[in-house]
Design a protein around this ligand. Structure first.
Ligand code: LLP
Length: 439
C-alpha cells in the first residue's frame, strides 16, 4: 500500500483491511464515521524517531517529545509512556490527560503562548520537566509560583528565528509577524535571557524553536539551528557558561497524497545533526543536548477515517462537464483541515471492488455549509452508491484533535487495532453527551 496508509493496511478484492480486519466488519461493529488507529504502527513510528535521534546525536540526544496536540487520549499517552518518549502538552487539558495516564511528569514539556496562572501552577506542582517560556509576563509568573512552592523550574526560551517555512500561512510559526516566542532579530530574545537571569527560581536550560508544520524539506530546520546556536554563543560570550539544551520542535511533513514525499526520521536527524555540529564548530561551542517534538509524523499516517456514503449527486459544471458530489456521514466536524488549510486527501471505496471507470468527484460532509469538504477533487468510481464505505488515510494528526460538534454532530470514536483485534480507546459521543451541557 502507498505510504499514505499505516503499515498494517492492505486491500483484497476491493475490501480494505487493517491488521487483517475488513473495513465492512469494522463499520458494522463500531459504526461510522470512525477513526481507526494502527497501534503497532504508532509505536514503531515513535521508536523510529527516538532511534534516529540517538543514532545521529549519540550521547547528545535529548528527548523526542510526542506533540499531544496532534492527537492524544489517555490510552495513547500510555503508549507514548511505554515507548519512553517525552510528551509535549500545550494546555491544562492535555496535561490532565497525561496525568490521568500516569505519564512521568519529568518527561513532560509544557508549551503555550498564553499559559494561565493556574496552568503554570499545576505544571510546577506536579513537577513537569520543562516549561517552554513564550513571553516576558510568563517569566514573572513562573518565578512567583516556583518561589511560593519552594521549587526551581527548568525552562527553555521559545525563540522565533525569522524563517519563512514553506507551508500554509496558518501553520508557519517562525517568521517575524507571529504570536509565538521571542524574536531573535528584534532583540526580544536577548531581553528574555536577561529577564530570566534575574530569577533564581528559574533554571534556563537552553533555547527552543518550532518553525511550522507539514514541512517537506529539511533546509529550514538547519537555518533555525544556526540562528539559535549563534545566540547560544552570545550567551557564552556574555556569561562565561554554555547553555546545555536545544529543542528544534516538530513540523516534519507526511504524505497525504501518494505523490507527496514525507520526511523520514532517517533523513531529518542526520541533517539536523550536521547543521548543529557545524554551527557549534563555527562558534567553538559544545554540542548541546538536542530534542525534537514530532506530532503529525508519528500519529498522522497511523489512522484512517471510515465514512459511510449517504447520497450521490451529479452536478453540471460551467464548462459543461460534471462532478459527482459524494456525501459522507461526517465532514468538517471530524476533518476541518480541508476547509481550513486547503489540505488535500485521497480516499478509496473500502467495502467492494468498485468500477474502474473513474469520474471527477468531490467528497463532502453532512454539515450546513458549502465549505464542508473532505476531499475537494478526486477521481472515484462512477458506480459509488449509498451504503458504500469510504476510507480516507492519514487523518491521525489534527483530525480527531480538532473535531467539533458543529451542527450538534457527535464526535467520532477512535478504535485501536492490534494483532487482529479492535477496541475502542475513545468512545463515540452520544446525544446525551451533547445535551449534557445544557442547564
Ligand atoms: N511543537 C510545537 C511547539 C508546536 O507548536 C507543534 C505544532 C508541534 C511541536 C508539532 O508539530 P507537528 O510535528 O505535528 O507538525 N492544526 C494544524 C497543525 C498545527 C500545528 C501546531 N503546532 C494542521 O492540522 O496542520
Amino acid at each position: 500500500m502507498a505510504k499514505v496508509w499505516s503499515s498494517r493496511v492492505s486491500t483484497d478484492s476491493g475490501q480494505l483491511f487493517i491488521d487483517g480486519i475488513a473495513a465492512s466488519e469494522l463499520a458494522k461493529e463500531f459504526g461510522t464515521p470512525a477513526f481507526f488507529i494502527d497501534e503497532a504502527d504508532f509505536r514503531d513510528r515513535s521508536l523510529a524517531w527516538k532511534q534516529a535521534l540517538v543514532a545521529s546525536f549519540g550521547e547528545k540526544a535529548g528527548n523526542v517529545y510526542y506533540a499531544a496536540k496532534a492527537f492524544i487520549s489517555v490510552e495513547v499517552a500510555k503508549w507514548v509512556k511505554e515507548t519512553s518518549l517525552g510528551l509535549d502538552v500545550c494546555t491544562g487539558g492535555e496535561l490532565a490527560v497525561a496525568l490521568k495516564a500516569d505519564f512521568p511528569t519529568e518527561r513532560i514539556q509544557v508549551h503555550g503562548n498564553n499559559k494561565s496562572v493556574s496552568e503554570i501552577r499545576r505544571a510546577i506542582e506536579v513537577g513537569v520537566g520543562v516549561i517552554v517560556v513564550d513571553s516576558l509576563f510568563e517569566i514573572n509568573r513562573i518565578a512567583t509560583i516556583a518561589h511560593t512552592l519552594g521549587k526551581t523550574q527548568k525552562v527553555l526560551l521559545r525563540l522565533t528565528p525569522g524563517i519563512e517555512a514553506h507551508t500554509h500561512e496558518s501553520i508557519a510559526t517562525a517568521h517575524e509577524d507571529v504570536k509565538f516566542g521571542f524574536s531573535i532579530a528584534s532583540g526580544a530574545a536577548w531581553q528574555a535571557v536577561l529577564e530570566v537571569r534575574l530569577h533564581p527560581e528559574i533554571d534556563l536550560r537552553g533555547f527552543h524553536s518550532h518553525i511550522g508544520s507539514q514541512i517537506l524539506s529539511t533546509d529550514a530546520f538547519g537555518v533555525a539551528a544556526d540562528r539559535l546556536i549563534e545566540l547560544m554563543a552570545r550567551f557564552r560570550d556574555e556569561f562565561g557558561t554554555e547553555l546545555a539544551e536545544l529543542d528544534l520542535g516538530g513540523g516534519y511533513g507526511i504524505a497525504y497524497l501518494p505523490s507527496d514525499e514525507p520526511l523520514t526520521p532517517e533523513e531529518v536527524l542526520p541533517s539536523l545533526f550536521h547543521a548543529v555540529k557545524n554551527a557549534c564548530l563555527l562558534h567553538t561551542l559544545e554540542i548541546p543536548k538536542v530534542s525534537i517534538e514530532p506530532g503529525r509524523a508519528i500519529v498522522g499516517p497511523t489512522m484512517f477515517t471510515l465514512y459511510e456514503i449517504g447520497t450521490v449527486k451529479k452536478v453540471v459544471l460551467e464548462d459543461g462537464g460534471d462532478r459527482n458530489y459524494i456525501s459522507v456521514d461526517g465532514g468538517m466536524s471530524d476533518n476541518i483541515r480541508t476547509s481550513l488549510y486547503g489540505a488535500e486527501y485521497m480516499g478509496m471505496i473500502a467495502n467492494r471492488e468498485a468500477s474502474h471507470n473513474l469520474v471527477l468527484s468531490r467528497v463532502v460532509g453532512k454539515h450546513c455549509e458549502t465549505g464542508d469538504i473532505v476531499i475537494r477533487d478526486i477521481y472515484l468510481s462512477e458506480d459509488v452508491t449509498p451504503g458504500d464505505l469510504l476510507a480516507v488515510p492519514a487523518t491521525g494528526a489534527y483530525g480527531r484533535s480538532m473535531a467539533s460538534n458543529y451542527n450538534h454532530v457527535p464526535r467520532p470514536p477512535v478504535v485501536a487495532v492490534l494483532n487482529g483485534k479492535a477496541r475502542v480507546i475513545l468512545r463515540r459521543e452520544s446525544e446525551a453527551d451533547l445535551l449534557g451541557l445544557d442547564m
